[in-house]
Design a protein around this ligand. Sequence first.
Ligand code: MRU
Length: 340
Amino acid sequence: MDSTEQIKALEWVEGKLKLLDQRKLPEREEYNLFDSAEEVAEAIRTMQVRGAPAIGIAAAYAIVLAARKQYQTSAKNWQQAIEVELTLLAESRPTAVNLFWAIELMRAEICKIEGDPYQPLLNKALQIHKDDLQANKKMGALGAVYIKSTEGVLTHCNAGALATGGYGTALGVVRSAVSKGLKVVYASETRPWMQGARLTVWELYKDGVNATLIADSAASWLMKQGKIHWVIVGADRIAANGDVANKIGTYSLAILAKHHGVKVMVVAPTSTIDWDCPDGEAIPIEERDQSELLNPVYKGKVSAWNPSFDVTPADLIDLIVTEKGVVERPDNKTMQPLRL
Ligand code: MRU
């Protein structure tokens, strides 16, 4: 059984959305069923489901739930009424552009529908999910070509099956490279939410991949020992010039990589590219609650700053791997073929 069957962050089951509650991992593998868009928006906000592509897919399924409810309430006005849920979903998290991309695809479908929207919208959501999985498999193969089996890789956050429609973006490349003989895989813990320590390590362990966890602060020392040749990460939003917003700490890793002659590979489907953002300055960066960082003892006494993402400038990135092809040394010009 490969990770696609083993690890399902989201699944449509008998008219409901089933989500693996990622807040509970790795201690408990707990699933929750959702039958309203309001609940799914809350699940995205509280990170039961997280990772840019998975957030987009969850929103697409949430829109199916919303349309079913609104159509039952009023077969005439459901297309106007559903705007409330679309807005709620759009407000759930700000940085991952896949959320807005999926909402726009579903909105375009909504505009075309005459009659009961349930089946056509469900078909569209299932297609978005399936396309994402296929894109990940393709990117896995494209990215792995660059990695020699004798090299070492470091991945940050969780850009795996849990964060996507299956298989993963950065972890898809890692999985593909491991299947071709790669042996040295490191995962950084990814403070403060610990996506690396809790989720990436869980996924890779389940897959039988022998990964080594490091504290975020150990990355420079690890690079200094010559153990790392590639930093491989996903993305939440890529600007038109190739600047990449991803989990906080990615920018630090890219700077460290430059200093140590380590290459940086970003792996993301084209649904993560925001052509309306000319550069990283225009990408909204989510700031999450201080409580994710601050010991409760200090509540009200000490403040914490908790940005969830940072922006890595394109000139620190060697490769952007997408399902449409690989961009080497991204900039405004080299990114253009991905637009087609
Ligand atoms: O806050 P999260 O856990 O949703 O952040 C996730 C990341 O930053 C991932 O690296 C990114 O979404 C790519 S997932 C394929």
